[in-house]
Design a protein around this ligand. Structure first.
Ligand code: ZN
Length: 142
């Protein structure tokens, strides 16, 4: 069957084509990057807005019952923004690893990380076992 043969050629493809899973990884990564970037833009705007609003009511700040809520919101947004920045740099790292061919390998044991895990968390650098070991160690120490 022509269809079956085509499929076989696609799977075995020795014509230097990028394997399908790497295309999928690249898609998943750029999707994450796009989402993180729009989140960063939204957070930056929200922080600016809160800052502007606070500077307007600066004179009343000490007596303003909303003042503490606004600064709580701001602290939360700033924390989220920092987290988003970290995610973005992890994603950039992941894209570099994908380009250099080390993507999908555990940085600790060198094992292949299952594609389901890579797709669920494209910035993952460790396999489940190593991540769990590391997590346990961190918890044991603190
Ligand atoms: Zn590992």
């Amino acid at each position: 069957m022509a269809l079956g043969l085509q499929h076989l050629e696609r799977v075995c493809g020795d014509n230097g084509a990028v394997p399908d899973i790497e295309v999928t990884y690249a898609d998943a990564l750029s999707d994450r990057v796009a989402r993180a970037e729009s989140q960063r833009a939204a957070l930056t705007a929200a922080i600016e807005e809160t800052r502007a609003a606070r500077s307007l009511m600066f004179a009343d700040d000490e007596h303003d019952p909303d003042g503490s809520t606004a600064s709580l919101d701001q602290a939360r947004d700033v924390a989220l923004l920092e987290q988003t920045e970290r995610t973005l740099s992890e994603l950039a790292e992941a894209q570099r690893r994908l380009a250099s061919g080390t993507y999908g390998r555990c940085e600790l044991c060198g094992g292949t990380i299952p594609s389901e895990r890579m797709l669920a968390r494209p910035e993952t650098r460790r396999c489940v076992v190593c991540a769990a070991t590391e997590e346990g160690r961190r918890r044991g120490r603190s």
